[in-house]
Write a protein that binds this ligand. Sequence first.
Ligand code: ATP
Length: 488
Amino acid sequence: TEGTLADIVSHAKEYGFVFPSSEIYDGLAAVYDYGPNGVELKNNLKQLWWKAMTQLNQNVVGIDAAIFMHPLTWKASGHVDGFSDPMIDNLDSKKRYRADVLLEDKAAEYEKNGEIARAETLLAEMGRLLTAEDLAGVKQLIIDEQILCPVSKTGNWTDVRQFNLMFSTQVGAVADDSSKIYLRPETAQGIFVNFLNVQKSARQKVPFGIAQIGKAFRNEIVARQFIFRMREFEQMEMQFFVRPGTEGEWYNVWKETRRRWHEALGLPADKLRFHDHDKLAHYAKAAVDIEFEFPFGFKEIEGIHSRSDFDLTQHQTLSRKKQNYFDNDVNPETGKPYGNYVPYVVETSVGADRLFLATLCQAFQEETIVEGEGEEQKTKTRKLLRLHPAVAPVKAAIFPLVKKDGLPEKANEIYNSLRHDFRLVVEEKDSIGTRYTRQDLIGTPFCIAVDHQTLEDNTVTVRHRDSREQTRMAIADLRSYIGEAVSF
Ligand code: ATP
């Protein structure tokens, strides 16, 4: 069986994947730290994304831009004026909520009760009011739907206000308005402002892409669902620059490519779906989310956006620097080069933390297994993480059967011969069964048992996490065997 969110949260903490930030001070809402196994899993996900983008596509290159950017960046991008969520406070509980989330929760409640049409009507009405920026209308809808404060069960609401999600701070010694800068709320703008630097230095021709992984910060009003919605998180974004008029094709290409990638990494097709946006962000011409079915429902893990030339044109206006590209390719219709234009952009944007959570939710399983034979036979339950070997924090654990007779030395010899290729651990303590259990809990795909026979013929027993089957094989074959399983 699969786990609930509570199972995942406690498993993540107990086995060193994710800890609440500053926990000894009772934590900091919507901020989390990754533990020893978490950082390995997250790094593996990031590396595989990086490889899928930059190594597998000659026309996609990477950058690593700063978190701080010139304040005009965020004026140009529309974030200063438009990056906000509608918030509402409850006067009794003094708690703050997102008006749209209260309504979405209500719609989800209708849907759960089988009142699909009612849910859809509510969502459509909410979308209409938000697009029209009718905040009084949104409040009225909350009242009409008799939505009560989840904490104090009253409907005693303030007006709905727009709340900007950007964090700001000061640079330099003088604290006035001119020193105010923002922590980036998305990594994309670091790519846009470097468009020409990258295009020229990497000698790229349109169509080409720029990929980046980095931290982003949003002062989210509702902090819930563990690492699904954080105030400090990590994005993996790629901006793909195309000739105007071809953005539709590229939008479809990246939509399919990205979905396939998630499936290949182990998120099953029936738990993934596309969700087209009806309400488009200020920059978007078309937008689709790739949603994954978390224990709390289908939710976005990645967004694919057709952003037109919105961002580059905005930066061109505010910086007064041309963001033109000269396209030498011949237009078959005119027989002349396409010439100068500001490229259009198709963006893929996935949250590393949300992908991590989806991966963990999908991998976590509790199952009943039968052990032993005949009268000795007994059933027990085991918890395990069925992680794709490519993302597992530890690729193989090496167990000397006993702590004597030279077996620990032999285990360490195997460890030393493979540690440059894979992240491995050697464990000597406890019974072999207990050691298997520990590795199952963190998703280690292989356990290698070193016994007396190993000393004679240089073979070991490899135990497989998912099937618990065991195979005898030569030490000399381990590198290629594990290597094949963990490659992606
Ligand atoms: P949502 O509607 O859930 O707030 P969004 O549509 O604002 O997300 P985008 O701006 O499209 O998100 O960001 C792209 C990706 O960044 C999202 O698909 C998600 O994986 C990730 N992301 C966005 N906000 C957060 C957050 N607060 N915590 C963790 N990941 C996030």
